[in-house]
Design a binder for this molecule. Structure first.
Ligand SMILES: Nc1ncnc2c1ncn2[C@@H]1O[C@H](COP(=O)(O)OP(=O)(O)O)[C@@H](O)[C@H]1O
Ligand SMILES: N[C@@H](CC(=O)OP(=O)(O)O)C(=O)O
Length: 449
C-alpha cells in the first residue's frame, strides 16, 4: 500500500488535477491520497492558503474581506466547472466558508487556523468528487473521523501519538481515501494546523499510521537537487539520500519537503520518494535509512536566512558550573527557542530565529544577562544566514573544510561562525544574509562542478 501526497502546485488547476487522477489510476497500490490547498498556477499567482489567511485577518478586524472570499471561491469554481463536477461540491465549499466567517472570533489564532485548514479540506472534497467521476471509487475522509489528533498549538501543531491507534483503520477502506493535509483536531475539538508546508507532515503521519510500503510525495520538480534550483542553475539531481541527510537539508532550506515530515517515516523505516506530477515517469529521489548506491561525499548544499547571533563573553566561563544552563533558562523564561550554541573557552554564541526576538525582548535579555549572570560583553548580530554542507560521506573525506573555506574566500565572504557536530554529517557556516546566494553558488561550484 502506498500513501501519496500531492502538493499545492500539483492541485492548482483542473489541468493539474487531471494529471493527479491519472497518476492515482495508474497504480492500484496508491490507496491514500493526501492533498494540499490549490497552490500557485504561475509565479505571481496567489496560494489559496495565503488568501485564506488575509481573509481571516480582515474578518477578525471587521474589515471587508469580499475580495479574498471571491478569489477563493473562484479558484474552486473554475476547477469544478472545468472538471464538470456536479453543483453539490461548490455548494458544500461555499457553505463551509460562510460558516467559518460567522465562527467564534474570541480566539483569533483558532479562527485563522480553521480558515487555513479549509484550503485543504475543501480541495479534498473536490478531488474525491473528481476521482469518483473518472471511475476511481473514492471517499473524502476528515482528520476528525480518522482520529488525527494534534496539540493545542495553532499554526504550529504537533501530532498526538495516540492518533496512531485509530489511523491504522484507514487500511481497511476498500475505496481510495482522499485526506486533507496540513491540520488535525485537538482533544477539545478545535482545528490546529501544522506549520506552513505541513501537508507533507500529514502524508508522513498517514504512511506511518497505516504501515505503508512507500510514501510518495508529488511536487513540481523531477528530483531533489543538490542545491535550490532557484539559486543555482541546473543543479545536479540527487538519486538517493538518507533520512539524516534530508532532515538537515530540509531544516536548512530545501523547502521541497517539510523537515518534520521525515520523523514518522523514519521511525517505521518507510521509504519516501519525491516525484514530479508533471513528469511522473522520472525516477525522482528516494529517501531511505542507508545509501545503497554510490554517492558523492557532499550530497547537498542548503541555506536559510532569518537568524541572529547573540554572542556572550565572560572571563573564566569554562570554570563556572551551571553557566550554560542559566543562559538557556533565561531563553526559556522569555519563551525563546534556540537553534545552535557554538562556544569557545570564555564565550558562547546563541543562534536563534530572529523573528521571535522583538527589540524589547532583545533589550531585556541583554540587561538580564549582564545583571544576573555578570556577563561582560553581549553582542547581537541580526540578518544572519546559515549555510549547510550535508553528506554522510564527508566523514571519510579529507579536505572538505579547506575546499569550503576557499569557496568563501574566492567570493570575499566572511565566515562568522562554523558549527560541526561529531557525527560529521554536516557543517554549518554562519554568514551575513546579503551573501547567502553567492555562498551557495560558490560552494556548489567547488563541490559539484
Ligand atoms: N534542493 C531543492 N531541490 C528541489 N526543489 C527545491 C530545492 N530547494 C527548494 N526547492 C523548491 O521546492 C519546490 C517544491 O516544493 P513546494 O513549493 O513546497 O511544492 P508543493 O507545491 O508540491 O508542496 C520546487 O519548485 C523548488 O523551487
Ligand atoms: N497549503 C499549506 C500546506 C502545504 O503543505 O502546502 P504545499 O503542499 O503547497 O507546500 C501551505 O501553503 O502552507
Amino acid at each position: 500500500m502506498k500513501v501519496v501526497k500531492f502538493g499545492g502546485s500539483s492541485l492548482a488547476s483542473a489541468q493539474q488535477i487531471r494529471k493527479v487522477g491519472q497518476i492515482v489510476k495508474s497504480d492500484t497500490e496508491r490507496k491514500i491520497v493526501v492533498v494540499s490547498a490549490p497552490g500557485k498556477r504561475y509565479s505571481e499567482d496567489e496560494k489559496v492558503t495565503d488568501l485564506l489567511i488575509s481573509l481571516a485577518e480582515k474578518s477578525l478586524q471587521d474589515q471587508d474581506y469580499s475580495l479574498e472570499m471571491n478569489k477563493i471561491v473562484q479558484r474552486y469554481q473554475e476547477m469544478a466547472e472545468e472538471l464538470s463536477l456536479n453543483e453539490e461540491v461548490m455548494v458544500a465549499i461555499e457553505s463551509r466558508l460562510d460558516q467559518l466567517a460567522a465562527g467564534d472570533k474570541s480566539h483569533p489564532d483558532y479562527y485563522i487556523d480553521a480558515f487555513k485548514a479549509s484550503g485543504e479540506d475543501n480541495n479534498a472534497k473536490l478531488v474525491a468528487a473528481y476521482f469518483n467521476q473518472i471511475g476511481i471509487p473514492a471517499s473524502y475522509v476528515s482528520p476528525k473521523e480518522a482520529g488525527l489528533l494534534v496539540t493545542n498549538e495553532p499554526h504550529n501543531a504537533r501530532l498526538l501519538p495516540d492518533s496512531y491507534e485509530k489511523l491504522i483503520t484507514l487500511r481497511e477502506r476498500e475505496e481510495v481515501v482522499v485526506f486533507p493535509g496540513f491540520f488535525g483536531y485537538t482533544h477539545e475539538g478545535d482545528i490546529c494546523t501544522f506549520s506552513r508546508g505541513g501537508s507533507d507532515i500529514t502524508g508522513a503521519i498517514l504512511a506511518s499510521g497505516v504501515n505503508a510500503d512507500l510514501y510518495e510525495n508529488f511536487t513540481d520538480v523531477d528530483a531533489i537537487f543538490a542545491a535550490n534550483p532557484s539559486v543555482v542553475e541546473n543543479p545536479m539531481a540527487i538519486a538517493e539520500l538518507t533520512y539524516r541527510e534530508m532532515r538537515e537539508l530540509s531544516y536548512a532550506g530545501f523547502s521541497v519537503l517539510h523537515d518534520e515530515a521525515l520523523e514518522p517515516a523514519f521511525k517505521k523505516g518507510i521509504p519516501v520518494v519525491i516525484k514530479n506530477t508533471n513528469n511522473p515517469n522520472a525516477p525522482g529521489t528516494t529517501i531511505t535509512k542507508e545509501h545503497t548506491k554510490e554517492h558523492p561525499p557532499i550530497i547537498g548544499i542548503a541555506s536559510s536566512s532569518g537568524f541572529m547571533n547573540i554572542y556572550i563573553e565572560k572571563y573564566l566561563m569554562n570554570r563556572e558550573i551551571g553557566f550554560g544552563r542559566k543562559v538557556l533558562q533565561l531563553l526559556e523564561m522569555y519563551g525563546l527557542s534556540y537553534e545552535h550554541t557554538p562556544s569557545g573557552i570564555d564565550n558562547m554564541t546563541l543562534v536563534l530565529r530572529e523573528e521571535q526576538v522583538s527589540p524589547s525582548i532583545e533589550e531585556a535579555l541583554i540587561t538580564t544577562l549582564k545583571e544576573k549572570l555578570q556577563v561582560e560583553n553581549v553582542k547581537i548580530e541580526r540578518d544572519v544566514a546559515l549555510i549547510m554542507l550535508v553528506g554522510e560521506g564527508m566523514r571519510d573525506q579529507i579536505g572538505t573544510m579547506a575546499t569550503a573555506a576557499k569557496a568563501f574566500k574566492d567570493q570575499n565572504i566572511n565566515i562568522d561562525m562554523v558549527n560541526q557536530g561529531a557525527s560529521e554529517n554536516s557543517v554549518m557556516f554562519g554568514i551575513q544574509q546579503k551573501d547567502e546566494d553567492k555562498a551557495v553558488e560558490s560552494l556548489y561550484r567547488a563541490f559539484f562542478d
